[in-house]
Design a protein around this ligand. Structure first.
Ligand SMILES: Cc1ncc(COP(=O)(O)O)c(C=O)c1O
Length: 379
């Protein structure tokens, strides 16, 4: 099923549009998959479109229930209907959270990181401190002493990315408890972006929602989740915040105001269908992604100038190209592969590229062959 090459070139897909002057280049950058979404989503959308009336639409109990059941099954987290706020994107929600800070308050996060973690606070005119991720035992993690020392007196918000993008770390219970402990000690609100939670590829690792660890942590946590990465429906813009603390939820809703004016009805339709009927699809796509990851790992192993640490989750390989001593992103672009430039993920990202390997294997093999060729040319 995932071997099928779907022609996306005439769909205004961002992946193709942004670099369209590089006609022959294969896009392997922005985080969506080149696979068709589960059939149950396509069927549900067709059925809804056939109805023909597309008026204002409320979030149904059935939708919320499907989300609650999915989260319980996937992540063993008991949530409740009143905790949910449906939004039209995790990035939008992150901006809403940053808007909850007073003007003289700041946020803390880690770097390199998905760029909006650094831009959302700035966008809302709040300062952000970014602490470097560190390599520990072949895995990207946090030096918690350094992290704690970097907390400024006016810091009120911890922006956490788990699973981590880029680098694919799934924080362990011990690490999450450490974040929780720090948040309690310094009275920080936690905004936990868990958009990649359902795409854990390492079978020895489990995603743990930080808010599931204790009532104390949950009381200060806003968890952001979405079906968009999991079921490849990013263009439909569906996400939700899970907030068990009533006051915190009210404050989130106040910050949201009427700017996020409800969720698109097709997004709601797709979301319910996804959570109700895509269990097998999800299992299969993860298996396919594991095989693709193996191809990427073999490619890196065969190129001593490249490094890839353990990737526990996501379909985004964070490849260290510093030893090539050149602008690797441009080199690969010239060689016919469009990646994400590590620089755009903030300090510590220089010399890295991010490769999205969620594509049919034949295409991925061509991507890796092109990368291999340009590397040989510069050596
Ligand atoms: C960590 C992370 N958060 C958020 C997003 C985007 O979320 P949305 O499309 O819901 O704004 C991405 C997309 O790549 C992501 O990697």
């Amino acid at each position: 099923m995932f071997d099928e090459i779907v022609n996306r070139s005439n769909t205004h897909a961002l992946k193709f549009e942004r670099y369209k002057e590089y006609k022959e280049a294969i896009p392997a950058w922005v985080a969506d998959m080149d696979f068709k979404s589960p059939q149950c989503i396509i069927d549900a959308l067709k059925k809804r479109i056939e109805h023909g009336v597309f008026g204002y639409t409320a979030v149904s109990d059935g939708l919320t229930e499907s989300v609650i059941n999915f989260i319980k099954k996937e992540h063993n987290w008991n949530t409740s209907k009143e905790w949910f706020v449906f939004t039209s994107g995790v990035v939008a929600s992150m901006n809403i959270v940053c808007g909850m800070l007073k003007e003289n308050e700041s946020a803390i996060t880690t770097t390199p990181i998905y760029p909006y973690f650094l831009s959302a606070p700035k966008n809302m005119k709040r300062e952000v401190t970014a602490v470097r991720m560190r390599e520990t035992e072949n895995r990207w993690s946090v030096d918690f002493d350094e992290f704690e020392k970097s907390i400024k007196p006016n810091c009120r918000l911890l922006l956490l990315c788990n699973p981590y993008n880029p680098g694919g770390t799934v924080f362990t219970k011990k690490e999450l408890l450490k974040f929780g402990e720090i948040a309690l000690r310094y009275d920080l609100l936690i905004c936990s972006d868990e958009i990649h939670a359902d795409l854990v590829l390492d079978k020895n690792v489990k995603h743990i929602p930080i808010a599931s660890l204790s009532k104390q942590i949950a009381d200060r946590t806003i968890t952001l989740m979405a079906p968009s990465k999991t079921f490849n429906i990013a263009g439909l813009q569906s996400s939700f915040a899970v907030i068990s603390n009533e006051k915190l939820k009210a404050s989130f809703e106040k910050s949201m105001g009427h700017i996020n004016g409800g969720v698109n009805l097709l997004a709601l339709t797709a979301t319910q269908a996804a959570y109700e009927g895509s269990e097998i699809w999800l299992k299969e796509v993860k298996e396919y992604l594991r095989e693709n990851l193996k191809l990427v790992q073999e490619f890196v192993q065969n190129n001593p100038k490249l490094r890839l640490l353990k990737l526990e989750a996501t379909y985004l390989a964070w490849i260290d190209c510093r030893a090539l001593n050149t602008d690797a992103w441009r080199l690969f672009l010239k060689g016919g592969v469009i990646l994400n430039d590590g620089k755009s993920f903030g300090e510590g990202g220089e010399g890295f590229v991010r490769l999205n390997f969620a594509m049919p294997k034949t295409v991925l093999k061509e991507v890796l062959a092109r990368m291999e060729k340009v590397i040989q040319d510069v050596l």
